[in-house]
Design a protein. Structure first.
Length: 130
């Protein structure tokens, strides 16, 4: 997402079926490569704050593609879940399956079965020079 923010006005938002797609050039020295990121717009989690405000979480990343030196590289992300143990859930959803293809050939197929993400809300002070 930092690369998309850096691309500024060069970011193109479109839709494929019902899915939002962001297309943007990568930062230099790869600025001749356009990355396409596809998101699932489904609301997958609701969280009600102590003040009663109900927050909806949506837009999980499901597909990324880019062409590098004539080779199409694609990565799909699927089966998002809280992979922590049942007594240690943290509402941090990670993809259970990540598949990378190079010109249609699978080069990586990862399956996640357990995680430990319980304390993701570490508060760190922002340095004054930022």
């Amino acid at each position: 997402m930092k690369a998309a923010l850096e691309a500024g006005d060069e970011v193109v938002l479109s839709r494929e079926m019902e899915n939002p797609v962001l297309a943007f050039p990568l930062p230099a020295p790869l600025d001749d490569i356009v990355l396409r990121a596809t998101f699932d717009p489904e609301v997958f989690l609701y969280h009600t704050m102590p003040n009663g405000f109900r927050h909806e979480f949506s837009h999980r990343l499901i597909h990324v593609s880019a062409e590098f030196d004539g080779t199409l590289v694609e990565v799909t992300f699927d089966d998002y879940q809280d992979w922590n143990e049942s007594d240690y859930k943290a509402d941090v959803l990670l993809p259970g399956r990540i598949v990378q293809k190079s010109d249609g050939t699978v080069v990586m197929d990862l399956t996640l079965s357990v995680s430990n993400t319980y304390n993701p809300y570490v508060v760190m002070p922002l340095p004054e020079n930022l």
